[in-house]
Design a protein. Structure first.
Length: 337
């Protein structure tokens, strides 16, 4: 099945490019509000699933044992930009468990935040694993291992107790058994399992509402959602899509992007989960799709609409700051069902 065009790219007034993809908007019982494309086809959720991967940090008692609040739970759910606040929060998490950056197995890369990367270079310092956008998630895994009495070493192995807990949390939310034979390795070296896009959306509906989850897991999900709403800057960073949306909407919207054009979200007040996959891996297109779906489904006032308009139809500017075009949702995304 050929995926529909979801996003169009204009240069001037001419259509220059198109992004195809798939979208599922599902409730906690698995009922579909919107299906575009083959949403039964499995995808690797990549970093879009980080809030669900953070569940064992709460469920094992690690968050309470180490005195973690909103900052730590938000950064454990993050693909952060390596800004000073992100790095400091991850360091604090590790320190509470008696660990340091050497325990992180995510690898090092420069901060995604340009000013932070430049400051690091001016100080003649090399980036460390703390600057990796996944370091908060990894710190959460390490702290969960310590709370469980498991050896933190080897925590990225699919057979490690922490990763078995992560897999169980994903299965419970998505309502699907994950086959170990399909397990692959994510960019930060932890296991990743493919699952149908519609199941991923259902998982976020359950995460957003607690419906279909046992009470302990539902309480953990609510705690993580509240942390992301309270500390959206720690989930992504300055000027980034997820931070901008959650800064504006607070606990009305949870959004999380991932690599290769994946994005997921939860709209708790209307009980829906969203999962998006752009076939060409374009994150810019996934953001337009997510903003468009939020604008279609949520009750909005004029301030909300003005905020979303900039994300639904973002301008394209060249290096001189001259506006040269724009992205816009394709007609299929705007049709009322």
């Amino acid at each position: 099945m050929t995926s529909p065009v979801l996003v169009e790219v204009l240069r001037g007034s001419l259509l220059e490019s198109e992004h195809r993809g798939r979208v599922a908007v599902i409730d906690a019982d698995g009922n579909a509000v919107l299906r575009l494309g083959d949403v039964a086809r499995p995808v690797f959720p990549r970093s879009a699933v980080k809030p669900l991967q953070a569940l064992p940090l709460v469920e094992t008692g690690a968050a309470d044992r180490f005195g973690f609040g909103a900052d730590e739970l938000a950064v454990a759910s993050a693909s952060h930009a390596g800004e000073p606040a992100h790095v400091a929060t991850v360091e604090r998490m590790l320190g509470r468990a008696g660990l340091d950056a050497a325990a992180l197995a995510c690898g090092a890369h420069p901060p995604g935040h340009a000013a932070s990367a430049q400051a690091l270079a001016r100080a003649r310092r090399e980036p460390s694993a703390l600057h990796n956008n996944c370091s908060g998630k990894h710190a959460g895994f390490l702290c969960a291992a310590c709370a469980m009495g498991a050896d933190p070493a080897g925590y990225t192995d699919p057979a490690h107790p922490v990763q078995r807990e992560v897999k169980a949390a994903l299965e419970a939310n998505a309502g699907i058994a994950l086959d170990d034979r399909s397990c692959a390795i994510d960019g930060c070296s932890v296991p990743t399992w493919p699952l149908p896009l519609e199941k991923l959306a259902c998982g976020f509906a359950r995460f957003g509402t607690g419906r279909g989850l046992d009470p302990r897991r539902g309480e953990a999900a609510a705690r993580i959602r509240a942390a992301c709403a309270a500390r959206p800057h720690l989930v992504a960073g300055t000027g980034r899509f997820c931070t901008r949306v959650m800064e504006h909407f607070g606990d009305r919207v949870l959004v999380k992007g991932g690599a290769e054009g994946v994005a997921c979200g939860a709209l708790p007040e209307i009980g829906l989960g969203i999962a998006i996959k752009c076939d060409d891996g374009a994150g810019r297109a996934a953001e337009v799709v997510m903003a468009t779906i939020i604008s279609r489904l949520l009750a909005l006032d004029d301030v909300d609409r003005a905020m979303l308009d900039d994300l639904v139809r973002p301008a394209l500017c060249n290096w001189n700051g001259i506006e040269v075009g724009a992205l816009r949702p394709a007609g299929i995304l705007l049709q009322r069902t």
